[in-house]
Each structure stands twice: as C-alpha cells, then as structure tokens.
Ligand binder design. Structure first.
Ligand SMILES: [Cu+2]
Length: 203
C-alpha cells in the first residue's frame, strides 16, 4: 500500500496532467543547477531557491528582461513554475546577480515521425530490475537515439544510439541496476528529431 501511494505520488509529481513533464532547476548561490535544460513544448520548469539569498529566474540576457517569464524575487525555499508553450531557446538570468547567474531553457517541438512511432519501439521487461532491452520493430529512417530522465527531469543516461538497422534489427541492452527505484522517461529521437517518449519503471 505504501508502495502504491508512493507510485501515485511519483506519477502526479513527475508527469502531471496531459503528459506534461515537470523539470526542476535548483537555484544556488550563485548559479542555476543545471544551467542549461532541454524540455518539450508543454513541459513545466520549476525553479527552487535552494540558496540562502534572494534570487530570480527572469527571461532575457545581458541583465535585460525579455518579458517571456519572470519569477520576481524568490526568498530562500520559494519556488516558481513556468510552462513552455512554444519552441525555441530562452536565455534567463537572476536580476540581483545577472552578471554571473545565467541559464538557458531550450524548448523543442515534439515532431511526429510517420516512419516510426511508439508502437514500433519496445522496452522489455518493463518494470525492470537490472537489464532492459530496447528494440525497434521496424527499420528506422535514421539513427535512433534516446536519453533517460528521472521524474524530476534530470538526465540519468548519456545519449545512447541505435545504429541504422542491419538485418537483425536494432536493439541494445541498458543496464539500470544502479538506478534508484522509480519511474523514468525514455525520450526517443529519430534522425535528430524528437519523436516520442516511453515510460520505464525501475523496480
Ligand atoms: Cu541570484
């Protein structure tokens, strides 16, 4: 029961409604952690002031606000969330420390890839405890790469690539033994374009 509750919490906290992913950026004295983050259209970024000073997350560059978003002053412990609804790269900074505290949010459009969709991609076993096999059921039109993220939006793997298909198809084994138990998202790119995401449960 305890596990079920935790699972429900993770689902709500990690994905929210409508498949939205929440990403967290820690505001430290004096930097954003991570300073660069890539999200998909519709995703939310939450900034958490985990420093001991007042900071802001304010879109713009060279200490000039652009008006896209602005947290206002965040006291230690305060949070600010913003949902990104259009693709592009947005620079931001902290108003009191704009010379040294800067970051970038890159928002990518989820493009549909007709030649390959989620049905052509299998993840087995799922839930997984140690080794998960990722494979394509169809020959993809280009290199397929993916990254895994935990429920806070932190990347947990370097980019992994499936080479263009040979006669035996494309697959690889991903060792997740060292990952903490929880829910992960595999984001899949085909030919360099974001295609879809797939949930992976490490139990
Ligand atoms: Cu600051």
């Amino acid at each position: 029961m305890k596990m079920l509750c935790l699972l429900s919490f993770l689902l709500v906290a990690g994905f929210g409604a409508h498949g939205q992913t929440k990403h967290t950026v820690q505001i430290r004295d004096n930097r954003f952690d991570p300073a660069t983050i890539t999200v998909n259209v519709g995703d939310m970024v939450e900034w958490v002031n985990s420093g001991s000073m007042i900071h802001t997350a304010t879109s713009g560059s060279n200490c000039q606000p652009s008006g896209a978003f602005n947290s206002g002053n965040l006291n230690p412990g305060a949070t600010y969330s913003f949902t990104f609804t259009s693709a592009g790269a947005l620079s931001y900074f902290c108003i009191p420390h704009c010379g040294e505290m800067t970051g970038t949010v890159t928002v990518q459009a989820a493009t549909s890839v007709k030649e390959l969709d989620q049905n052509d991609f299998s993840v087995y076993p799922n839930p997984v405890t140690d080794l998960v096999r990722l494979s394509l059921n169809l020959k993809a039109p280009g290199n397929v790469s993916f990254k895994a993220f935990d429920f806070t939006g932190k990347e947990v793997t370097q980019e992994l690539t499936l080479e263009p298909a040979g006669s035996d198809g494309q697959s690889l084994n991903l060792d997740v033994k060292s990952w903490p138990r929880g829910i992960y998202v595999l984001r899949v790119w085909v030919g360099g374009k974001y295609a879809f995401s797939h949930k992976l449960v490490r139990q």
